[in-house]
Design a protein around this ligand. Structure first.
Ligand code: GDP
Length: 213
């Protein structure tokens, strides 16, 4: 099994990638746990766990050889490679938003990056991350509006599930689904720490790539 690889960091999200493959983008406020989730999804440390929030301004691209076979998560579960497991794809790691000290130029650059990322020809969908403990911020709301306006396929990952008890987790999932009017089958509670929900999210991403192909 080939390892995922870092392709590069691109200031423009309309960059053509070679070879052309399906894209799945990851979006969320800074510190939501995006790097940790990316690493858990692919079973390798591809993304840097942020020490400095708001620092990344470009689109980081990773080539994922496949999400089924060999993607072992954090070793907490054994994924079964299905015969229909999709081939290689790109993970597009967009910078975290909502960084309080981001300047105007940085916000403008971020908006352009998202706009062009959502317009990518091979974009199959977006994994949108929300911290399960928090109410959606105004930046999260703006992002949801952008995703709806772009008619983007969205999977919502509720991160850091391990920070709540099982009961609280269920309650928060329901509350967030209702608050944001999210369809039940497009929301996954995850924990990069325990590996909970990682297999489910991987499968949902595979569905996204297959379904919209
Ligand atoms: P990013 O800024 O969205 O890329 O977030 P990071 O992945 O860098 O994580 C931000 C902080 O949240 C770090 O201190 C992580 O250790 C922590 N974190 C990320 N995911 C989880 C999780 O699933 N559970 C817990 N308890 N902490 C997490």
């Amino acid at each position: 099994m080939l390892r995922p690889s870092y392709i590069g960091s691109f200031p423009r999200a309309d960059t053509q990638l070679d070879p052309p493959l399906p894209d799945v983008a990851f979006l969320g406020s800074s510190n939501v746990g995006k790097s940790s989730l990316l690493n858990a999804l692919v079973g390798h440390r591809i993304a840097k766990i942020s020490g400095t929030p708001g620092k990344t301004r470009a689109l980081n691209v990773f080539l994922i050889p496949g999400l089924g076979a060999g993607a072992s998560g954090l070793g907490h579960e054994t994924p079964t490679p299905g015969p229909q497991a999709p081939g290689p794809l790109y993970f597009l790691d967009l910078p975290g938003y909502g960084y309080a000290r981001a300047g105007k130029a940085q916000r403008t650059a971020f908006r352009a990056l998202v706009k062009y990322a959502l317009q990518r020809e091979r974009l199959r969908g977006v994994v949108w991350l929300l911290d399960i403990r928090h109410s959606p911020s105004s930046d999260d709301r703006v992002m949801q509006d952008v995703l709806v306006a772009g008619e983007t396929h969205v999977l919502t990952a509720l991160t850091k599930g391990d920070k709540l008890s099982v009961g609280q987790r269920r309650t928060r999932e329901r509350e967030l689904r209702e608050e944001l009017e999210l369809p039940e089958d497009q929301v996954v509670v995850t924990s990069a720490r325990t590996g909970d929900g990682i297999v489910e999210l991987r499968e949902a991403i595979e569905g996204l790539v297959r379904g919209a192909a």
